[in-house]
Design a protein around this ligand. Structure first.
Ligand code: ATP
Ligand code: MG
Length: 291
């Protein structure tokens, strides 16, 4: 198993929707690799990590069996395989949902209508479980590995259960999303096999880096000038982690205010700051943040 070596072995998708984002994340936390596109296994140059680049379908089982210690994979895949792994973190990319869909204006309009129908999917386990839990016992589930959305047009199936993000693919194929059966995102999963103390330490270090990076990505450093009299109001507006830094300016009664804000509140905060007389507002990205 991977545990007999000291390097942390991490499974990532070799080539697909998650690959670039995952590599970007690993580079973002300071890991350096060469030539990850051409090899199955890549050693990190400056951290005790090696990457195994495989099909996403195989990742949960590799992690379950301890062949890899960690893996980056969609929650949808882990759920479908039913692998025994621990989810360490949910990540904000690869966001999608697994949904039942049928021909727009066809004879399947609601959940009950799926009774007795043929459903094409790459997720037979999750599909069957969902239908059974909803007391739809008689369906014919056909497993196809790709291009599920064309199955109804080919008359291979009456309906499908497939991943949806924008819904454009469904629309383009004359299908309508009827029921969401799973909300998914990329997850960092860990093996439940026993890990050596050395590896546990490495995972801890890896997580600290990841969390600092995620926190930094979700935050911005904000600087502005404001009348001194507006400082109490501005302090109320800013949802800052710490008390903001307030510095006097050469101009009488004016101060500079520096702080960190969560990115999702950026526009609301910005508008209110302007109302309070803040000027010269500058927003900067943050490289990393240790809380
Ligand atoms: P592989 O060759 O590795 O098996 P794949 O074809 O199964 O690749 P991709 O299409 O690259 O997989 O998708 C990888 C993951 O991206 C999905 O399992 C899912 O978690 C996520 N994802 C996000 N949005 C979508 C979407 N609209 N359609 C499909 N997958 C999506
Ligand atoms: Mg796959």
């Amino acid at each position: 198993t991977a545990d007999s070596k000291t390097s942390l072995r991490i499974a990532i998708q070799k080539s697909g929707r998650l690959t670039d984002k995952t590599i970007e994340l690993l580079k973002g936390i300071g890991l350096r690799f060469d030539d990850y596109k051409r090899n199955l296994m890549v050693k990190c140059r400056n951290f005790d990590v090696e990457l195994l680049l495989i099909r996403d379908d195989d990742i949960p089982e590799y992690v379950q069996d301890g062949v890899c210690d960690l893996g980056f994979v969609g929650a949808n895949v882990t759920a479908e395989t039913g692998a025994d792994v621990s989810v360490l973190r949910g990540l904000d990319y690869g966001v999608c949902r697994l949904s039942l869909a049928a021909r727009k204006d066809g004879d399947i309009q609601q959940l009950e209508d799926f009774e007795g129908k043929t459903i094409a999917t790459s997720y037979p386990r999750l599909t069957r479980r969902f239908l059974e839990n909803n007391n739809i016992a008689n369906t014919n589930i056909v497993t196809i590995s790709g291009a599920v959305e064309i199955a109804p047009r080919l008359e291979v199936a009456d309906a499908i259960c497939d991943l949806v993000s924008t819904g454009n693919t469904l629309k383009a194929n004359g299908l309508e999303e009827l029921e969401v059966i799973l909300e998914s995102e990329t997850q960092l999963i860990q093996t439940n096999k026993k890990l050596s103390p050395g590896k546990k330490k490495l995972i801890e270090k890896f997580l600290i880096r990841m969390d600092s990076h995620q926190q930094a990505e979700r935050s911005r450093y904000i600087m502005m000038n404001a009348p001194e009299s507006a400082v109490p109001k501005i302090k109320e507006i800013i949802p800052s982690l710490n008390s903001p830094t307030v510095m006097p300016l050469a101009d009488d009664h004016m101060v500079a205010i520096h702080t960190v804000i969560p990115i999702d509140q950026f526009w609301i905060v910005m508008e209110r700051l302007k109302e309070e007389g803040a000027t010269g507002i500058v927003i900067l990205p943050i490289e990393s943040m240790i809380l």
